[in-house]
Design a protein around this ligand. Structure first.
Ligand SMILES: Nc1nc2c(ncn2[C@@H]2O[C@H](COP(=O)(O)OP(=O)(O)O)[C@@H](O)[C@H]2O)c(=O)[nH]1
Ligand SMILES: [Mg+2]
Length: 309
């Protein structure tokens, strides 16, 4: 009989140490890779057994009630398009709410998400260390028979399942930890964890550990901002707020000549840097940047209406 690793869902095998699912003793509950992540925080990269398409098909095949998880910094079109392709009944769960800046009004954030991305279903916030939000989720699911946790890699699916069930599941700061679908029990509800979708283009490893302190600049036209090797300059004096990990340093420098791409941006929009966060820009103008076009996306302001405005 095949057994699945309790940490990542992969079928356990003792024959090939170089292949996924390996464990020296087949009676073990966890594969070697999960053992190393759980005990030594050491991540071994593997070829993922399932493509995004296979993951989506499988989710739709289950047809269980889906909680689609996504953290506040990683909401963009591709992610929402994937959410929309889920045909089962579903809600959108914005995870890691403990990282959301204090000045953001949460009801406003939820309304903006629904409006910008035309979402009709419920959108709720969650954090593994917010009892009130966890109990809201528990209330949503306790009347269901079967639930499936879906979403992009690192959204916090396995962490939520671990918090609900109290069982040791493999979670990690690095992408692609969960390898296959597997079930746990939460009271009488069967809850399925799933491997995360992997974005085609994103910057890995820049997600914050601590609550984001938005960084605001009154940026005269003659200056530009630089972080992670990317430059952002605007054709007019602008008012900029950056939402990303506090550990990423931002430099303000005097403009020089460059031949970077120009993008027209509307007033009060977000410039999303996939995997990192977003820049809110108040003035309609031309943005000049050297960032790869696949890594950015422009949308209406997600957090418009902070407590200071
Ligand atoms: N601050 C914060 N971090 C979280 C939360 N939930 C998950 N994480 C972190 O996000 C990372 C990815 O979590 P994981 O559960 O493995 O994501 P998965 O790929 O969706 O299963 C880990 O470093 C977790 O500690 C949360 O509610 N708050
Ligand atoms: Mg996981």
């Amino acid at each position: 009989m095949t057994r699945k690793c309790l940490g990542c869902g992969i079928v356990l095998q003792k024959d090939d140490p170089l292949k996924i699912g390996y464990t020296p003793k087949i009676e073990n509950d966890y594969c070697m890779r999960c053992f190393k992540i759980i005990h030594y925080n050491k991540k071994i990269e593997v070829t993922l057994p399932k493509s995004n398409k296979e993951i989506l098909n499988k989710i739709n095949e289950y047809n269980y009630f889906v909680l689609f998880l996504c953290d506040f910094l990683n909401i963009y079109e591709k992610v929402i398009n994937t959410y929309k392709k889920i045909t089962a009944p579903k809600i959108l769960v914005i995870t890691k709410s403990d990282l959301i800046p204090k000045n953001i009004i949460k009801e406003k954030l939820i309304n903006n998400i629904k409006k910008i991305y035309s979402i009709d279903e419920d959108v709720i916030l969650s954090s593994t260390n917010n009892k009130e939000e966890l109990s809201k989720i528990a209330n949503k699911i306790k009347t269901k028979k079967n639930i499936l946790l879906a979403g992009y890699t690192n959204a916090g699916k396995s962490s939520l399942l671990m918090k609900l069930t109290g069982e040791v599941i493999t979670i990690s700061k690095k992408s692609n930890t969960t390898l296959d679908f597997f079930a746990k029990k939460y009271a009488d509800v069967k809850v399925i964890d799933s491997p995360g979708f992997v974005p085609e283009n994103f910057l890995d490893d820049y997600l914050p550990d601590k609550r984001i302190n938005p960084r605001t600049y009154q940026l005269e036209e003659k200056y530009y901002l630089e972080f992670l090797g990317f430059e952002f300059s605007f054709s007019l004096d602008n008012y900029i707020t950056i939402y990303m990990s506090n550990t990423i340093s931002i430099e303000k420098r005097r403009k020089k000549d460059n031949t970077y791409r120009e993008i027209s941006i509307p007033a009060n929009c977000d410039i999303i840097i996939k995997g990192v966060g977003f820049i809110n820009s108040k003035i309609a103008c031309e943005l000049k940047t050297n960032i790869d076009e696949n890594l950015i996306e422009i949308r209406g302001s997600l957090v418009g209406g902070t407590k200071n405005e």
